[in-house]
Design a protein around this ligand. Structure first.
Ligand code: ADP
Ligand code: SF4
Length: 586
């Protein structure tokens, strides 16, 4: 079975010469295999010979021609249109269990949730016809889904969704937190307390930090009376302690209702989900929901990149982890050295120990929110002056902030030409940044139309493309899918090695930090009041200090060596704490 997909937001037929049509061998012999339409092109899957020439000729990477197993055809759940995305199979909600969904961005996770919440009536591929629940009930008769869809069809089914992009909430709602919560239900106190957001209740939604917004959104979604709860990326903007707390809250919810979660922080998904569906496919073209696996097995399968039952490889290489700290001679030339620094604001004091950042290295910066990580880096960058202490060397810093806005009107390509035109054309940028971050399909897109993950990739690349000594990248993992997180971590690291610059990376995703860092700098204190920065330390010492502070230990998965959060007070947790082995177990 062959599918031909034209990705609408990439197809810029106003800017090309229809090379797809010019070069298609079937068109040349007189067939109408590709034809012009009002909004681009249409490719006939029946006439297409599958040679792939149009895919190569399209300057905007807008065409995908893919061969799929014939058997999948009858499992198609939904197809948006002729050369559009299609979804095969659905994830299955389970009683008393948190069901996780793990897959790349643009592979159909949201579409599956929209179907399961009754927002989309699936058309089973017959996109020309009006879809109806009767057809769906007939299709699913005798399966686990029939009862589920019967309720949706009868309008008896309530769903509650925690949306992915919490930073968009203030654009729709500007009132106080407690007014927002009261609108969804009476029983909000319970969730407010568990999520530790009592002190935000009287605040206006527009004044909240990302982490507070996330927890308010989770509280609102949990308060609503519903039959099924969907949490789409509940970890963004939260520090690791808050992530684990949110995971516990969601687990508790699953004891009373059905719960599904999309989560790209693998350590958190692992801790949170009971079972997980991997969705594989091709971004924007198709997604196949695989059978549910226990969460440990699902994540290991995801890291291997190979589905045994389906005999499908969905990534070229395995993602691997070391159970011991990298033993690197990291005391190379210092790029920057600084003494003890103090910064005092009206209500906040930060103290950092003397330290140095060697050239070519990446320092992962970890610690709770609001303990002064960004303040520290701004002092290094010379953006703000310390109250006490000096920075010995002056240097230039390229900075990617935590919250990013598309405040540039034009295409991604225009942005790069305006700000990093020289660097953009170098081999270094193209091979070490643009390629791993998969930027090519984004070049012709308007910045304002990008999704959160796409925008993140664009601005990380913009940050790396600027001439600087030190690159400060604040929460690069937000909105990236798990695979892109690993690619990005690797790209940042290689970029620093090759350019002999240094990176300071603030992130809360432990897998990301493990992958990106040569050293760890650790912040602690009392959020919003007092912060203390120590390090950089070599990995083992840094991770131990950090995790001791937040009181979390990780064990190693015997098959993949990946870190797994230990249950608080479990036998292993107590043993590792006693031995001081919080992260690396040998
Ligand atoms: P994910 O949640 O995994 O990121 P989505 O379910 O949002 O993926 O999207 C999968 C694909 O379906 C995307 O390529 C998206 O552009 C496409 N898509 C979503 N909604 C529509 C629609 N209404 N019409 C056409 N294509 C759509
Ligand atoms: Fe034509 Fe080949 Fe593209 Fe099919 S894959 S539409 S035959 S160019």
């Amino acid at each position: 079975m062959r599918i031909a997909v034209v990705i609408k937001d990439r197809c810029r037929h106003d800017r090309c010469n229809y090379q797809c049509i010019q070069y298609c061998p079937k068109v040349r012999t007189g067939d109408e295999t590709i034809v012009k339409t009002e909004d681009g092109i249409r490719i006939s899957e029946e006439l297409c010979a599958g040679c792939g020439i149009c895919v190569l000729k399209c300057p905007f990477d807008a065409i995908k021609i893919i061969n799929l197993a014939e058997e999948l055809e009858k499992e198609m759940i939904h197809r948006f249109g002729e050369n559009s995305f299609r979804l095969y199979r659905l994830p299955i909600p389970q009683k008393d269990k948190v069901v996780g969904i793990l897959g790349a961005n643009g592979i159909g996770k949201t579409t599956a949730i929209r179907i399961l919440s009754g927002e989309i009536i699936p058309n089973l591929g017959a996109y020309e016809k009006e879809p109806s629940w009767e057809n769906i009930l007939e299709h699913y008769s005798g399966t686990a889904f029939v009862e589920y869809f019967e309720k949706i069809a009868d309008g008896e089914f309530e769903t509650s969704v925690k949306p992915q992009y919490v930073d968009k909430i203030p654009a729709h709602y500007t009132g106080k937190v407690k007014e927002l919560l009261a609108r969804v239900g009476d029983d909000y106190d319970r969730w407010v307390e568990k999520l530790d957001i009592e002190n935000t209740l009287d605040a206006l939604i527009t004044t909240l930090s990302g982490g507070e917004l996330q927890r308010v959104a989770i509280a609102a979604a949990s308060t609503k009376e519903a039959d099924i709860y969907f949490y789409d990326e509940p970890s963004s903007y939260l520090d690791i302690k808050q992530r684990l707390n949110v995971a516990r809250v969601i687990k508790e919810k699953s004891k009373e209702s059905q719960v599904m979660v999309i989560e790209h922080d693998i350590a958190i998904l692992d801790f949170l989900a009971d079972s997980t569906h991997i969705i594989y496919g091709s971004t924007g073209a198709y997604g196949v929901v695989t059978q549910t696996r226990g969460v440990r097995r699902a994540i290991n399968t995801f890291l291997y990149g190979f589905l045994t039952e389906e005999n499908i490889r969905f990534r070229d290489a395995e993602i691997t982890f070391e159970s011991h700290a990298p033993r690197k001679d990291w005391h190379t030339e210092p790029l920057i050295e600084y003494g003890r620094l103090v910064k005092e604001w009206d209500n906040f004091k930060l103290e950092t120990e003397p330290g140095l950042v060697p050239t070519g290295e990446v320092v992962g910066i970890v610690g709770p929110n609001a303990t002064g990580k960004t303040t520290f880096v701004k002092m290094l960058a010379g953006v703000i002056d310390p109250t006490e202490g000096d920075i010995k060397s002056s240097m230039s810093v390229s900075y990617k902030p935590q919250y990013i806005k598309p405040d540039f009107s034009g295409r991604v390509m225009d942005l790069y030409h305006s700000y990093i035109s020289e660097m953009f054309d170098t081999n270094l940028f193209q091979s070490e940044v643009a390629k791993p971050l998969d930027l090519k399909p984004l070049f012709e897109r308007e910045l304002s139309n990008l999704s959160g993950g796409e925008l993140q990739r664009v601005v990380i690349a913009l940050c790396l493309g600027r001439e600087a000594d030190l690159y400060l990248i604040d929460e690069p993992s937000a909105y990236l899918d798990s695979n892109m997180r690993m690619e990005t971590a690797r790209a940042i690291r290689r970029f620093m090695e090759k350019t002999n610059k240094a990176g300071l990376i603030v992130d809360h995703d432990v897998y990301f930090i493990d992958y990106v860092s040569d050293m760890i700098m650790n912040f602690s204190g009392s959020p919003g009041v007092y912060g203390k920065g120590e390090g950089p330390f070599e990995m083992k010492e840094g991770m131990n200090k950090f995790l001791r502070e937040v009181d979390i230990t990780f064990r190693r998965d015997p098959d993949t060596n990946r870190p797994r959060v230990n249950k608080t007070d479990s036998r292993l947790d107590r043993k590792q704490k006693h031995e001081g082995k919080y992260y690396y177990t040998n």
